[in-house]
Design a protein around this ligand. Structure first.
Ligand SMILES: C=C1C[C@]23C[C@@]1(O)CC[C@H]2[C@@]12CC[C@H](O)[C@@](C)(C(=O)O1)[C@H]2[C@@H]3C(=O)O
Ligand SMILES: O=C(O)CCC(=O)C(=O)O
Ligand SMILES: [Fe+2]
Length: 348
């Protein structure tokens, strides 16, 4: 039975419970087909889910955390030697080049081992090889997880080639990134923060531009996701806190996966709130295609009832538009098939 919602969208009785964040067990206790269906449902209804039994060795995560913590503990001038973010490298408070600020410092690295090696000399001057090894081992493990998820999504969506998504991020010239965020401890409440000029925002609201983001953080809360009002509640979109779980991964659909699936899978808005008494450390692998990759809705996702939503574009073209806009900008709107917005228009 299909129940029409107040908003006119069909709600199958199997829809996820209101306001919940799905957890997906990658060990597939109920079989591969069911796992693929669960992943598609999580990405279509939420664009965000928690993953357990993910297969990423705890040792790889611990090594990355140790390398990152050692870097962030260094004196400011030493850290600044790895910056400013251009857009790769070390940054503090300023996010991107268009006036966004957050209560954090961060490292953005290209995921390619050669690029990691060239940055490692300024990040860990004492032992750059140790830093590179920690990053490469971690990136390798999370890329595998991202590929497994993407292949299952391809299967669940019934694509002729279920590897269409994972193929894009596995290319040797893929433009994937690793970002490590460090939100310093502040005993501040949201009220204290606003008195001192802060706004309680660690990382402002945004969607991730790439294909898939794979996040792991320590045991400090702060991440929130904007769950869409699916019409059953009628109270509008809602910011939902994501309880920390350092043993799990959190995965979200990026803008490119929304475009490739013609809007079937949704790129979710998220943010990090800053008022915490302990530092938050997070690492996010942004799985991206090569710069020249052409992003167009896969034919299986374009139907008479669901016409093409976005015009085809390359990742390079999308990146240009993304860097020209503020963090919170809805970048996919610039690429609407019938939209009047112009992707080269740099006013946000
Ligand atoms: C304000 C910005 C920072 C960002 C580039 C942008 O112009 C808009 C997208 C931002 C974002 C969000 C997700 C990732 O953290 C990030 C690395 C990315 O690919 O897009 C950041 C960019 C950044 O910090 O350079
Ligand atoms: O640091 C976090 O937990 C999330 C940050 C984030 O969304 C990002 O870097 O794109
Ligand atoms: Fe993000």
């Amino acid at each position: 039975m299909v129940v029409p919602s107040a908003a006119g969208r069909d709600m199958s009785p199997e829809s996820l419970p209101l306001g919940t964040i799905p957890t997906v067990d990658m060990s597939a206790p109920s079989g591969r087909g069911e796992l693929a269906r669960r992943l598609v449902r999580a990405c279509a209804e939420r664009g965000f889910f928690k993953v357990v039994n993910h297969g990423v060795p705890a040792r790889a995560a611990a090594r990355l955390d140790a390398a990152a913590s050692a870097f962030f503990a260094r004196p400011a001038p030493e850290k600044q030697a790895a910056g400013p973010p251009d857009p790769l490298g070390y940054g503090s408070r300023n996010i991107g080049a268009n006036g966004d600020v957050g209560e954090l410092e961060y490292l953005i690295l290209h995921a390619d081992p050669a690029a990691v090696a060239s940055k490692a000399t300024v990040i860990d001057a004492e032992d750059p090889a140790r830093f590179s090894a920690a990053v490469n081992e971690y990136v390798d493990a999370v890329r595998r997880l991202a590929c497994r998820v993407l292949d299952l999504l391809g299967e669940g969506l019934g694509l002729r080639d279920p590897a269409s998504f994972s193929w894009l991020i596995s290319a040797v010239d893929s433009d994937s990134l690793l970002r490590i965020n460090h939100y310093p401890a502040s005993a501040a409440t949201a009220e204290d923060a606003s008195k001192s000029g802060g706004n309680g925002i660690g990382f402002g609201e945004h969607t991730d531009p790439q294909i898939l983001s794979v996040l792991r953080a320590n045991d400090v809360d702060g991440l929130q996701v904007l769950l869409p009002d699916d019409g059953r509640r009628g109270a509008g979109d809602e910011w939902v806190p994501v309880p920390a779980d350092p043993a799990a991964f959190f995965i979200n659909v990026g803008d490119l996966l929304q475009a490739l699936t013609n809007g079937r899978l949704v790129s979710i808005r998220h943010r990090v709130m800053a008022s915490t008494s302990r530092p938050r450390l997070s690492a996010i692998y942004f799985a991206a295609p090569p710069l020249h990759a052409r992003i167009a809705a896969l034919p299986e996702t374009v139907t008479a009832g669901s016409p093409r939503r976005y015009r085809p574009f390359t990742w390079a073209e999308y990146k240009k538009a993304m860097y020209a806009h503020r963090l919170s900008h809805n970048r996919l709107d610039l690429f609407h098939a019938s939209g009047e917005d112009d992707a080269d228009d740099t006013n946000s």
